[in-house]
Design a protein. Structure first.
Length: 147
């Protein structure tokens, strides 16, 4: 059985567009077929100060993987494309500390599934607060309707 997963992808270190294009290739190889993708959106860092603007996009992927298998693949892709511990979001009881990063891949939606676990929350809990996610997600949703 196949599932629809929406992934938010962002980068603000190195050649962001090339890194995202590499992420597309890895997503197709490891997760499933990209059915639709948004344009690249440029945005200022959210939740922290940096001189490096972000490039963001959203893709709709058709996959046979479970949500946790998709998570494992996205983490593998992030590592393969240069994301390390110093780039990761630091989680504290009531706050998060964000950092510049060569790549970040978030699971935004997976079918109509709702998951709340220490490792994964779907829908992504902060996506509605982030225009750099909602604008490309809206674009992909519109494109999906016409395909």
């Amino acid at each position: 059985m196949s599932h629809n997963v929406f992934l938010g992808i962002g980068s603000n270190l190195g050649d962001s567009e090339a890194t995202i294009l590499s992420a597309y290739q890895q997503i197709e190889r490891l997760i499933g077929t990209i059915r639709c993708q948004s344009a690249f959106y440029r945005s200022e860092p959210w939740g922290f100060e940096s001189t490096h603007p972000f490039v963001n996009t959203v893709v709709l992927v058709e996959t046979r993987l479970s949500p946790f298998a998709v998570l494992a693949c996205t983490q593998y892709i992030e590592f393969a494309l240069g994301k390390r511990r110093e780039h990761a979001t630091e989680r504290h009881p009531s706050t998060a500390i964000y950092h510049d990063r060569p790549i970040d891949i978030d699971i935004l939606l997976y079918d109509d599934l709702r998951i709340t676990s220490p490792r994964l929350t779907i829908p992504h809990p902060l996506m509605r607060q982030r225009p750099f996610v909602m604008n490309p997600l809206s674009e992909v949703m519109r494109l999906k309707e016409f395909s």
